[in-house]
Write a protein that binds this ligand. Structure first.
Ligand SMILES: Cc1ncc(COP(=O)(O)OP(=O)(O)O)c(N)n1
Ligand SMILES: Cc1nc(C(=O)O)sc1CCOP(=O)(O)O
Length: 142
């Protein structure tokens, strides 16, 4: 299993995590790379310019979202829609994870736009059948 720490590079190092996830307002990828060496660095992106910059600066993966409206994260930009997934799938070479408001009822649209990895929080943690919900997502991604 891969263990990524959100935001806190010191905790990532102390816990011997595999990597660090950054936001646009956090340390830059260039600075983070100097500190974490070859650990995985990911960064949340909300527009193609951010995705291109992340790729140029050596990110290992990017988050792409929020695709749909989400109540999970407060300080998030307006939904970017599946068109951003399509743009990233067509022009970015590093792996990407689509995130934000993804549910079992709309994940097919996200996959159809080119996503092969998704992150879903509320749909899973709010489910009465967490395992079944994860399995349903996984079967759609196969
Ligand atoms: C699964 C997952 N967890 C946390 C984040 C990042 O959340 P946050 O730090 O609030 O947002 P950014 O600063 O990265 O925009 C994530 N993207 N995925
Ligand atoms: C943690 C996070 N990051 C986002 C981004 O767009 O960068 S959206 C988001 C919340 C995702 O939760 P849910 O699946 O419940 O919508």
């Amino acid at each position: 299993m891969t263990f990524i720490v959100n935001d806190y590079i010191d905790i990532a190092l102390k816990s011997e995590a595999d990597g660090i996830h950054l936001g646009q307002g956090d340390l830059s990828i260039v600075e983070a790379r100097k500190i974490v060496g070859d650990k995985i660095i990911g960064i949340s992106t909300h527009a193609i310019a951010e995705a291109r910059l992340a790729e140029r600066q050596g990110a290992d993966y990017i988050g792409v979202g929020p695709i749909f409206r989400t109540a999970t994260k407060e300080d998030v930009v307006d939904p970017v829609s599946v068109s951003y997934v399509r743009e990233v799938a067509q022009s970015i070479q590093i792996p990407f994870v689509a995130i934000g408001g993804i549910k079992l009822h709309n994940v097919d649209e996200v996959i159809a736009a080119g996503a092969t990895r998704i992150c879903a929080i509320s749909e899973i943690v709010g489910s009465k059948d967490v395992r079944g919900t994860c399995e349903a997502f996984i079967s759609k991604l196969k």
